[in-house]
Write a protein that binds this ligand. Structure first.
Ligand SMILES: [Zn+2]
Length: 163
């Protein structure tokens, strides 16, 4: 399978993107931000949204209830640590934190900053996230935005690797 990164470079990743990232066959924009015993933290591979971070299990596991108790505890702390760092860096005030499971999937949790452009007329977040993701792909793939994402990733790396 193939996928384009934020700079438009195409990567061949085999069966599973998360496995390819974790085994370093494929490099997400900005590299791996943080690594714990059982998880990696990276920028979302293909959607140019500043601070859109993905926490992925290192082993190929599909669902949340497939995680061990050690992994679940580690994940909870990692979500906390990542959000804290993103907030300290002033990336966003609020986030949507979610897991989407599917049969061919690899367990990952997404931390999506909740930006103004994602909201609909009523001020609530757009119901269909794909609309937002498509908007990002069509409108945010600019040099300026990529530069901002890279800066965030560099700062996040520093922030999360303190101690
Ligand atoms: Zn996998």
């Amino acid at each position: 399978m193939r996928i384009k990164d934020l700079e438009g470079k195409e990567w061949e990743y085999g069966e599973c993107l998360s496995c390819a990232i974790n085994s370093k066959k494929v490099q997400p924009y900005g590299g791996i931000i943080f690594e714990s015993k059982n998880f990696t933290v990276t920028q979302d591979f293909s959607r140019p949204i500043n601070g859109f971070v993905v926490i992925s299990a290192k082993r190929h596991v599909v669902t949340y209830d497939g995680l061990t108790s050690e992994e679940r505890a580690e994940l909870a702390e990692l979500v906390f640590k990542t959000q804290k760092a993103l907030k300290r860096l002033g990336v966003c005030e609020y986030f949507n934190i979610y897991v989407a499971e599917y049969k061919e999937g690899h367990f990952h949790l997404q931390i999506l900053p909740r930006y103004k452009w994602m909201e609909d007329e009523r001020g609530t977040i757009i119901g269909n996230l794909n609309r937002g993701f498509n908007y990002a792909k069509e409108n945010l793939n600019t040099k300026e935005n990529l530069k901002q994402i890279k800066t965030t990733l560099q700062n996040l790396k520093k922030e999360m690797n303190k101690l």
